[in-house]
Design a protein around this ligand. Structure first.
Ligand code: COA
Length: 260
């Protein structure tokens, strides 16, 4: 499939999705959000894709936010629709994908860019990365899940300060806050993400998809995460991956998971 604003490449069990509007610092316009939706959906449906990595093209930005030129003249109704549609197509969609998604943050991750990174299952960053939610400097608030996911990841007080100041933090601070799991050089960023993906791929993709569901359940209103965990734990016992994983252990050999 060809896209106008993104690239999607498959290699060794990994689909790497690159947001490719470097002249606009990879800002998320409507078409890019739709294309990302299609690419994530296709990767999730592809049995050979065990991990998705998302990154930005160019040396400057992961994503510098939602495309401001597209919403500058919106009214209340259109503003609400913009946030709802974006969350449905991309941010909630990525968070609930059954395939693990790693954000490789390679520069500015601002507004919708940080919100996209936060919707991913976890994040690694290059040492030139800068992260923030500058929306209040534009007279709006984060609308793609930022007010919810940032406090979940770094705590309420730090999130409040970042949102209120519209400030940016560097990669090391993001690491200290637990917003990114690892920081490395620009050149080592994708190799690091791929190395972690390699470790993930050794394990049961079926079990991992159930773990994603159970972990996410903790953050959903009205859902008992412990009940989801119990249910998904039980469901694992009906899978071929469970039979292979436990047999391989008892037979003292490496598991070869069928992914079913
Ligand atoms: N939406 C639309 N266009 C954007 C954009 C965004 N969020 N972020 C950057 N761009 C565009 C710029 O308008 C510029 O386009 P032009 O060359 O046609 O004028 C191009 O990307 C390069 O950006 P520029 O501002 O010249 O780069 P810089 O290095 O001077 O500054 C930033 C980098 C990230 C600090 C700055 O671009 C910025 O503040 N962007 C907006 C961040 C933001 O508020 N995001 C939240 C949106 S809700």
């Amino acid at each position: 499939m060809t896209y106008n604003n993104i690239l999607s490449e498959f290699n060794n069990g990994i689909t790497t999705i690159t947001i490719n509007r470097p002249k606009k610092l990879n800002a998320l316009n409507k078409e890019t959000i739709q294309e990302l939706h299609e690419a994530f959906k296709a990767a999730d449906a592809d049995k050979n894709t065990k991990v998705v990595i998302v990154t930005g093209s160019g040396e400057k930005a992961f994503v510098a936010g939602a495309d401001i030129s597209e919403f500058a003249d919106f009214d209340v109704e259109n503003g609400g629709k913009l946030a709802a549609k974006g969350q449905e197509l991309l941010f909630d969609f990525v968070e609930n994908l059954s395939t693990p998604v790693i954000a490789a943050v390679n520069g500015f991750a601002l507004g919708g860019g940080l919100e996209l990174a936060m919707a991913c299952h976890f994040r690694v960053a290059s040492d030139n990365a800068k992260m923030g939610l500058p929306e209040t400097s534009l007279g709006v608030i984060p609308g793609y899940g930022g007010t919810q996911r940032l406090p979940q990841l770094i705590g309420k007080g730090r999130a409040m300060e970042l949102v209120m100041t519209a400030g940016m933090i560097d990669a090391q601070t993001a690491h200290n806050y637990g917003l990114v799991n690892h920081v490395t050089t620009v050149d080592e960023l994708l190799p690091l993400a791929e190395k972690i993906a390699g470790k993930i791929m050794r394990n049961s993709s079926v079990a991992i998809s159930k773990a994603i569901k159970a972990v996410n359940a903790n953050y959903k209103d009205g859902v008992d995460g412990f009940a989801v965990e119990i249910e998904e734990f039980g469901n694992c016992f009906g899978t071929a991956d469970f039979k292979e994983g436990t047999s391989a252990f008892l037979e003292k050999r490496k598991a070869d998971f069928p992914g079913e």
